[in-house]
Design a binder for this molecule. Sequence first.
Ligand code: NAD
Ligand code: KPL
Length: 303
Amino acid sequence: MCWHVLGAGSLGSLWATRLARAGLPVRLILRDDARLAAYNTQAGLALDEKGQRQTFAILAQTVSADEPIQRLLVACKAYDAERAVAAIAPRLSDKADVLLLQNGLGSQDAVAAMIPHARCIFVSSTEGAYRDAHWSVVFAGQGFNWLGDTRRGAAPAWLSELERAGIPHQWTPDILERLWRKLALNCAINPLTVLHQCPNGELQAHAQEVTALCVELGHVLQRCGQPGAAEGLLDQVQQVIAATAANYSSMYQDVAQGRRTEIRYLLGHVCAAAAALDCPTPKLNQLRLRLIEHLSARGLPSD
Ligand code: NAD
Ligand code: KPL
């Protein structure tokens, strides 16, 4: 069974190269003919892991290829996922598995609603990767992948292929709790690093602000029926800040490089969920408005 990987960015390339390295059949789905032509001038997709670079001659295609897709890994940003899946939907087989790698929440439900015949599997990833050149990815941070579906189905048999590819993972019946927890961590850390223009560790000097956000995030998580994701949130946020003190958050890096952020699926999702539940979140709302102002001032989309 072939792995179709939609989006040859950082995480898509990291997954595609590891699957190919294990001898599994992989196809990259690129955005358009121009990108496909550019890719086809290369020897393939390169993975740099622990300083060792290896190139894999993975076949690529665009959405308009006609082979049916049984297993699709959607590896684009949250704000691109719905449109990307809408374009590929006619190629999905009945009962296809669609893995959604997007950070935050909101995009997964929007995609799942569009393709009710497919099995959507949500993935929460703490692995880190970045592109150092076109068609080349650096595996920058060891992490883990939690997979699950919200219908609480059984673990798919193809998880053994992830094992074979050395992709660290576990199937969980509580994928939403994992995604909410990561979203809360990202909301407590990432926007503040953008607004204070600092690495994660400098948030130790803004402890009151971080604490107040964690209190509100905890309330929202409880009201959303995710008490497990609220448990010990402040402690974990402080641990992450200390453990990643020298790092710049992903949102900081996006803004610094003039890239669109996933604000809508992070802070935007929390604030919208809180409003729908009449759960007061003045600090989170204010943080969102400050962030929107900051992004707008730099000409970046605020949704
Ligand atoms: P990225 O921007 O590096 O890659 C996304 C790729 O998708 C780009 O190459 C883009 O051209 C492509 N794409 C967009 N629309 C497409 C379409 N319609 N058809 C084909 N390709 C399309 O993004 P990323 O860093 O790999 O992040 C992907 C998701 O994973 C995000 O939600 C991110 O938050 C999450 N994530 C990333 C990391 C990381 O270390 N990079 C870690 C954890 C989670
Ligand atoms: O996931 C992160 C990010 O930068 O996006 C951490 C390191 C947890 C900070 O929120």
